[in-house]
Design a protein. Structure first.
Length: 298
């Protein structure tokens, strides 16, 4: 069976096609039209192109930076604002004469890593994308767990757990709340904290490199970051106790996370024991689009 996965982002649309074994047999990327009808037209053209090229009809899964509301059937919360308020799966399915599955891009990331990535063979997978922002998804037995409200995995917009006195009311999130996890442990939050302490850097990777070189401000900022990340993931472990946590996004490329985080997690996990594996993703920037292809299962 041919599976098409599409990552519908704010600036680009990326399509891949996978064969039965998960081998990539087609890939193409185009700019995203910033208008709804034009976006649907572009998606139809891409699917038509790959199917004509490979002479096969495929299943279609799409990852979006938002969700389909289970109550209205319309896209909501997408930063590609022109698709909000539209029944994208229905409209695209009508054009292509088949059902189309759509999921949040973080959920697609979790599915990708659960099916044949860093969490292959694990039943309950929590996938956290830590980059400019911070999002997460849940895969159970290789399938998306959306939840009854369609917001399963919206971990980054909970308050930072076990907040310390100097952390209260210090950040404002785009979601309208204060002190969200995202504002502390995203790459943006990591840099903000470092700069507030007097450091100069443009990325979390740069701070990590400075730490490795012995910079005291970078070392202190990294220690705060790891403690906040541990608190944030301990909440997840305490609630759902996943078999594995997979990290994605630019911050996931900081190797020191995987040696230092396991030392701190037991401070916050109930019972003061924690052996939950926290691992780096397998497919990098391609994980989301692969997960979209796997929305139909293996």
């Amino acid at each position: 069976m041919l599976r098409i996965g599409i990552d519908l982002g704010g600036t680009k649309i990326e399509l891949i096609a996978l064969d039965d074994d998960g081998k990539e047999v087609f890939r193409k990327r185009i700019p995203t039209p910033r208008e709804y009808v034009a976006t649907v037209d572009a998606l139809v053209a891409l699917v038509t192109e790959v199917e004509e090229s490979l002479q096969q009809t495929a299943t279609i899964g799409i990852g979006i930076p938002g969700v389909i509301s289970p109550f209205t059937g319309l896209v909501k919360n997408a930063n590609s604002t022109w698709i909000n308020g539209h029944p994208l799966d229905v409209d695209l399915g009508a054009r292509l004469n088949r059902k189309v599955k759509i999921a949040n891009d973080a959920n697609c990331f979790a599915v990708s890593e659960a099916v044949d990535g860093a969490a292959a063979g694990k039943s309950v997978v929590f996938g956290a994308i830590i980059g400019t922002g911070c999002g997460a998804g849940i895969a159970i037995k290789g399938q998306v767990h959306d939840g009854g409200n369609g917001i399963g995995g919206e971990w980054g917009h909970n308050p930072l757990p076990w907040m310390k006195a100097d952390e209260f009311n210090t950040t404002t999130c785009f979601c309208g709340n204060r002190d969200c996890i995202e504002t502390f442990i995203s790459g943006t939050g990591f840099v903000r904290d470092f700069r507030a302490a007097g450091g100069v850097a443009d990325s979390g990777i740069e701070i990590a490199q400075m730490m490795q070189a012995g910079d005291p401000l970078a070392t202190q900022a990294f220690d705060r970051f790891i403690d906040r990340l541990a608190r944030s993931l301990a909440h997840v472990i305490n609630m759902m106790d996943p078999d594995v946590i997979v990290l994605g996004g630019g911050v996931s490329n900081i190797d020191a996370i995987y040696t230092e985080l396991p030392k701190v997690l037991p401070r916050y996990v109930v019972g003061r024991e924690c052996h939950t594996p926290v691992v780096k993703n397998c497919y990098g920037a391609s994980s989301g689009v692969r997960g979209a292809a796997w929305l139909w299962g293996r």
